[in-house]
Design a protein around this ligand. Structure first.
Ligand SMILES: O=c1ccn([C@@H]2O[C@H](COP(=O)(O)OP(=O)(O)O[C@H]3O[C@H](CO)[C@@H](O)[C@H](O)[C@H]3O)[C@@H](O)[C@H]2O)c(=O)[nH]1
Ligand SMILES: [Mn+2]
Length: 732
């Protein structure tokens, strides 16, 4: 009886569909009116119009681009769905499939070792049969200190894992459990629990102490060179004797550091994941793989069982390549001025993609099918003998003695940097190398092959990580993401031209929207930030007079766009009004900084003039920076390249408004309705200044350490004078 009950359910969000589609129709009609208005300009007699053609064309182009981006983004809103699972209906433990967990770390200076250890420990502590769980850590730095710390982590885990299991502790991460005062009081007040908890606390402190010593003695200079040039190191950690013999069944834990040589491109995270993919094929060969970033710990130990609800269902399992959980972060402040939560992606877009074919692969927190990554590869002739590895291998063959030595030898060969030479790794097999956003492109490749994916977003965050919470770091990260996406957009893989293959057209529209968004946003927002302002400065109207009925088209589009986003943030996802303001603001800022630089990076990469790079983000907590973020104050101590464009835009907008008022005062209104004709542009400038008041504040009002330096303001002033002079000469 139990068996016939479903393991998972799909709920279609009907009310969202009705609202989204009716709004889309309404907004679309308004855009058609706008296009009609702009086009009719070209059929007017030249005498009746005072506006030159070029600015008109440019603003029309900006409007068209933003409208196209809006149109593509309707695909994410076409059929939003959400899912529920029933892990209690899963088959018995011994029938569950095996899981290999991959954790990646790359730079011990930027990725605190204790955090990496906590992630590994939380994975070892997952609520899953231990003999079916294998955890692999990829250390791209090949740091001996990290390896030693992992042995400490393993040692501590042999106490933590049984403790967590025995008392059903709700989180797998010891740091979180031990630093939180509210967890599990009440239920376990008995002395046995208290004693055991104290023991765990003590063991954790000892571990941290040892780790600190190891880390302090690290030779940072030597490590930096070594991390780029070292042989492969693979160790099965649980082969080492434990402090005290414990009769605990533990998952397997393997440390892997692939070989790295300056002469070989290491392909960043995708390269690391592919090595883990091969090494794990030789060792445990579990059919499913969970990928985690080093700072993304398993908050809820039940995620594996939740994901298995899809894979244990014979009806859905054959077509699903991966089950994606959202990235959720523990360091998000109430204001979240940099949208570090990436709200729209995980709360809106991914639900929409799930409804039309499958969510995009999102870097970590996904359970992926090994078969989907290896494809038919394992069955084909493979010059490098992966074939024998995949087919002849019996999982769990790591024992002591000769066979184990041979296995490790084989694994080292698989982790060598020449292994992939002349193979399909990274182009057809495994994680894709083509773009620095390996996740987006790998997911796209799988969907193109006809695989599906699902998005599971339970109330309780399954994984928790640290997000970038300062302006510089998040700008660097966004520039990388934008660059990686535009690499795809301007290549033969551009979703718009590479054909739907096995995807639905709405799904393809989603991918196209994501791929083209950065380009469309940066071009159109630069247009909106400069063209109407230059015209305002020179007294040239670009919008209809207020008394002209056509003015309503623009007001309606503006109000409609704002109300929709307000509805999505405030009503549908329960956010506050200021979250809406902050998102809107950071979107504008990123369009003219990160999107622009990302596009440039991608274009230069395509021309062979600059290689795309993936610098890991800094995960070391800086108290001062965190405080500013908590208070919702912009930290402008960022590279000039990220601040100067913002200041330049602000200055041009101020100049336009001032220029306009001077003109009105000096040149008398000739009764031609000049004032009326400029209302649209005045409003736009005013709106940009009000929305980006934080930049003005950083320029002239604030008096702290994180303000915009005078030198940057002066440099931007030079830029804006240049733009005003040259722009006016060209446009008017
Ligand atoms: O050469 C590298 C570079 C990075 N990493 C690891 O990749 C992970 C993600 O790097 P991070 O610096 O945290 O970058 P983020 O921008 O935060 O990563 C986001 O964006 C990436 C794609 O750009 C995705 O892979 C990630 O999952 C996603 O969280 C970390 O565990 C790194 O240790 C490597 O293993 N090798
Ligand atoms: Mn990260």
């Amino acid at each position: 009886m139990e068996k016939s009950l479903p393991l998972h359910l799909l709920h279609v969000n009907i009310s969202a569909i009705i609202i989204n589609r009716s709004h889309a129709i309404f907004h679309f009609i308004a855009i058609l009116f706008l296009i009609h208005y702009r086009l009719s300009f070209f059929f007017r007699s030249p005498e009746t119009s005072t506006t030159p053609t070029l600015p008109w064309l440019l603003i029309f182009f900006s409007e068209l681009l933003l409208s196209l981006s809006w149109l593509l983004s309707q695909s994410y809103r076409w059929r939003p769905v959400y899912r529920t699972v029933f892990p209690e209906r899963l088959p018995e433990d011994d029938e569950l499939p095996g899981i290999d967990v991959f954790v990646c770390t790359a730079d011990p200076n930027k990725e605190p070792t204790v955090e990496v250890m906590n992630t590994v420990i939380s994975a070892l502590a997952m609520d899953y049969p231990p003999e079916k769980l294998h955890v692999y850590l990829s250390d791209d730095a090949g740091s001996d200190a990290t390896l030693r710390c992992m042995k400490e982590a393993w040692n501590f885990a042999t106490y933590w894992v049984p403790f967590r299991r025995k008392y059903g502790i709700g989180t797998g991460c010891p740091e979180v459990y031990l630093s939180s005062s509210e967890v599990d009081i009440g239920e376990f007040k008995d002395s046995e629990f208290k004693a055991e908890k104290e023991n765990i606390e003590q063991k954790y402190e000892v571990m941290k102490q040892r780790v600190m010593e190891i880390v302090q003695h690290r030779d940072v200079v030597a490590l930096n060179t070594y991390s780029r040039d070292h042989p492969s190191i693979i160790e099965v950690i649980n082969e080492y004797p434990q402090e005290e013999m414990q009769q605990v069944k533990m998952p397997q834990f393997v440390y892997v550091s692939r070989e790295k040589r300056p002469s070989h491109h290491h392909n960043f995270k995708a390269g690391a994941l592919n090595v883990l993919l091969r090494v794990s094929t030789a060792m445990s060969n579990s059919p499913y793989i969970l990928v985690l970033d080093c700072d993304m710990y398993c908050n809820d130990p039940t995620s594996a069982r939740q994901a298995m609800c899809f894979y244990c269902d014979p009806q859905t399992s054959p077509s699903i390549a991966f089950v994606q959980f959202p990235q959720t972060f523990r360091n998000i402040s109430e204001d979240d001025i940099y949208d570090s939560e990436i709200r729209s992606i995980f709360k809106i877009y991914w639900h929409g993609l799930d409804g039309v074919g499958g969510t995009v692969l999102s870097g970590c927190n996904f359970y992926i099918k090994r078969e989907a990554l290896l494809g038919n590869f394992s069955k084909e002739e493979d010059p490098m003998a992966l074939k024998t590895l995949v087919e002849d291998h019996k999982p769990n063959s790591i024992t002591h003695g000769e066979s184990s030595r041979m296995l490790l030898e084989k694994a080292n060969e698989l982790a060598s940097c020449s292994y992939e030479n002349q193979t399909a790794w990274g182009s057809e097999v495994g994680f894709m190398y083509f773009s620095v956003v390996e996740d987006y492109f790998t997911g796209f490749t799988l969907h193109r092959k006809g695989w599906k994916s699902v998005y599971l977003c339970p109330k309780r965050p399954q994984f928790l990580g640290t997000s970038t919470t300062n302006f510089h770091e998040s700008s660097v990260q966004w520039t990388r993401w934008r660059a990686g996406i535009i690499q795809v957009a301007i290549s033969r893989f551009c979703p718009l031209i590479c054909g739907p293959l096995n995807m639905s057209w709405v799904h393809l529209m989603c991918y196209s929207g994501l791929a083209l968004e950065p380009l469309m946003h940066c071009l159109s927002l630069w247009g909106f930030a400069l063209i109407p302002q230059l015209c305002l400065f020179n007294g040239i109207p670009l919008y209809p007079k207020v008394s002209d009925p056509n003015f309503n088209i623009f007001s309606i589009i503006f109000v409609s766009a704002i109300s929709k986003s307000l509805h999505e943030i405030v009503v549908a996802s329960g956010g506050e009004l200021r979250i809406w303001r902050n998102e809107w603001r950071i979107w504008m800022m990123r369009a003219i900084t990160c999107c622009t630089y990302g596009s440039l990076d991608a274009v230069l990469d395509k021309l062979g003039m600059k290689e795309a790079s993936f610098l890991p983000t800094n995960k070391v907590n800086d108290d001062e920076q965190s405080k500013l973020y908590e208070k919702g104050v912009f930290d402008f101590r960022a590279a000039t390249m990220f601040v100067a464009p913002l200041v330049t835009v602000i200055l041009v907008n101020i100049a336009a408004l001032v220029g306009h008022f001077v003109r009105v005062l000096v040149v008398d209104d000739d009764g031609d309705g000049y004032w009326e004709a400029m209302v649209g542009q005045m409003f736009l400038s005013f709106y940009i200044l009000v929305s980006n008041y934080a930049v003005l504040e950083g320029m002239v009002i604030r008096r702290d350490k994180a303000i915009i330096p005078l030198s940057v303001t002066l440099l931007s002033a030079v830029f804006s004078v240049f733009i005003l002079l040259v722009g006016s000469a060209i446009l008017c």
